[in-house]
Write a protein that binds this ligand. Structure first.
Ligand SMILES: Cc1cc2nc3c(=O)[nH]c(=O)nc-3n(C[C@H](O)[C@H](O)[C@H](O)COP(=O)(O)OP(=O)(O)OC[C@H]3O[C@@H](n4cnc5c(N)ncnc54)[C@H](O)[C@@H]3O)c2cc1C
Length: 534
């Protein structure tokens, strides 16, 4: 919570002071750009590739990696999903918002927009498909924009998009603070917060994006603006789920709270207790408003090494309350590996840094918390594993069949906090955010098969949910496959808000055309959110 008293900066005064400092920064920006573009460069360092050479000419040669740079291939390993480790002509790694501004103005001027090449933007590199990298073109890698500062006096934190949650929690924890962020240490701040952000704290504080009080954004024009409750508030709202449609976010100012330990447990169970498991998930979701400090992360997992499906449940109490009853139904299921809950810091709970070693695929749906749908999704996941074992071999893939609680009161939190784009404030039933995650250990051919089968199973789960009256439109952007339409699922009003904000802040459509990766409003049908779509 922000502290609003005379002795502290109120939210409004805090934001005004941010704006003031920004204005002071903005006035010399064009001079700086002009000065940087006159820095002499060596022709020997030119690449022969127009956009990369333009960046070098703009004075950014020491921010660029090309395939000829010794660290280029190591840099590609910072993308989690091996299928996204594409090979851009050059990767530009700006260190400041001003450098991001210079990158965007330089690239938007190249060849007056001609050529068949694209730009991608990457923060933590956990997105899928073509969202965060390109083969023909330039990738802007924000990894050096990774500042982490806690302001105890007004309960806020400023975080760079290129930071990763494990590091954020560690550095904030050292300063005494914490925020509503990712559950996995290696996930990046940028993509997570722009797509929503499901956290261990969501039951209390909403999605990660609900906690953003200010976005610092670099527009295609090179202007650096702030979007918050008092300035550019349309953009502030649109960015809460609207992803990469408007500009590059270079800083997130978040509501923060004092750091405290939580309890964390991870339990593994045999599928012979499947019925008990789905009952436990169902009941947790139905009663979750009574347990706002408890987070349940339940999933089925197929493991390529053991060639078996097991059920797992991560159970977290964010206040380290030892006597929580929220997980009673999970606790009584016999364990293969016991998951004793132990007290630890948020950074420890987020875990170590995972190396991406698989071609990742993920499909998502939202459906009613309903036992028949949970059972059907479980059955279809089993069928998927059997079919995939026949098609590509049992040791060549892994899966997650993930039932994330999405109770209706999350929508009330969203509403209270001004509202994000996901549109859950209109939802009055408890839901499950379902994710089918697939990891393919082999090559592109196997990936194509896994994807085709995954799409098929997803359609079957969707159709079943609809047939029992349990469908919900929301496609959660952070887990969506390229074939899905998350922004089109946000509802008419929110789609229009995103459309208007994109047109206002990026009138030339640079983020729609030259940065095509990710989910773009220009591709959302004008029918989306209206009855003509059904
Ligand atoms: C192992 C794993 C665990 C996960 N856990 C969770 C979880 O607990 N909760 C949850 O909600 N999701 C989770 N996700 C999904 C995750 O939130 C998304 O993949 C998210 O996009 C990751 O953010 P990133 O910065 O790493 O992504 P990136 O791949 O870097 O970016 C994703 C998209 O956002 C755009 N983007 C990124 N930064 C910016 C920026 N600064 N300005 C403009 N556009 C930008 C990119 O262009 C791209 O389109 C998980 C994913 C994985 C693989």
């Amino acid at each position: 919570m922000l502290v609003d008293s005379d002795s502290f900066l109120s939210p409004k005064r805090y934001l005004l002071s941010l704006e003031k400092s920004l204005n002071m920064l903005l006035s010399p920006i064009h001079n700086l750009i002009a000065a940087l573009s006159t820095i002499p460069f060596s022709h020997a360092s030119l690449t022969g590739l127009t956009p990369c050479d333009a960046l070098i000419s703009a004075g950014l040669s020491d921010r660029i990696l090309t395939p000829l740079s010794p660290s280029y291939s190591t840099q590609l390993l910072t993308w989690y999903n091996t299928a996204t480790r594409r090979h851009p002509w050059c990767i530009v790694l700006p260190h400041t918002s001003l450098e991001v501004s210079l990158v965007l103005t330089t690239l938007s001027a190249v060849g007056s927009g001609a050529g068949d090449w694209a730009i991608a933007v990457k923060s933590g590199g956990h997105g899928n498909d073509a969202s965060n990298n390109v083969d023909s073109g330039v990738t802007i890698d924000l990894q050096y924009l990774d500042s982490v500062d806690y302001y105890e006096h007004n309960g806020s934190a400023s975080i760079g998009p290129g930071a990763r949650w494990g590091d954020v929690y560690k550095r904030l924890g050292e300063q005494g603070g914490a925020v509503t962020g990712g559950r996995d240490a290696n996930v990046g701040v940028g993509g997570f917060l722009l797509g929503g952000g499901m956290s261990y704290y969501t039951g209390r504080t909403g999605f990660g994006c609900d906690n953003v009080i200010n976005f610092e954004v670099v527009l295609a024009s090179g202007d650096i603006i702030n979007a918050n409750a008092t300035s550019n508030d349309d953009l502030w709202r649109a960015l809460k789920g609207g992803s990469s449609n408007f500009g590059v976010v270079t800083r997130f100012d978040l509501e923060a709270f004092p750091a405290r330990n939580l309890t964390y447990g991870q339990k593994t169970m045999s599928t012979e207790y499947e019925e008990e498991f789905v009952q436990a998930v169902f009941e947790f979701v139905e009663r979750s408003e009574e347990h706002v400090n408890d987070a349940l992360v339940p999933y089925y997992s197929y493991d390529a090494a053991s060639e078996e499906i097991v059920m797992r449940a991560i159970t977290v109490n964010t206040k380290a309350e030892p006597n929580t009853r929220a997980f009673d139904k999970v606790d009584i299921i016999p364990a293969i590996e016991p998951g004793l809950r132990t007290e630890m810091s948020l950074a420890e709970a987020a875990g170590g840094t995972l190396e991406g070693v698989v071609r990742g695929i993920s499909f998502t749906l939202t459906f009613k918390n309903d036992l028949s749908i949970l059972r059907r999704a479980t059955e279809l996941h089993h069928e998927y594993v059997i079919q995939m074992s026949e098609l590509i071999g049992a040791s060549n893939f892994t899966t997650l069949n993930f039932f994330q609680p999405l109770p209706s009161y999350f929508g009330a939190i969203e509403h209270r906090k001004v509202g994000n784009m996901l549109g859950l404030d209109h939802v009055n039933q408890n839901n499950i955010l379902w994710v089918l995650g697939i990891g393919v250990l082999g090559g592109e051919d196997q990936q194509a098969i896994a994807h085709a089968k995954g799409a098929n199973i997803t359609a079957m789960v969707h159709d079943f949910a609809e047939s029992v009256g349990g469908g919900n439109d929301l496609i959660y952007l952070n887990y969506a496959d390229a074939s899905q339409d998350p922004i089109g699922s946000y509802g008419l009003e929110n789609i229009q808000l995103i459309r208007d904000a994109a047109a206002k802040y990026d009138p030339a459509g640079f983020f729609q055309q030259r940065i095509p990766g990710g989910f773009k409003i220009s591709r959302v049908s004008s029918c989306a959110g209206t009855p003509c779509n059904h």
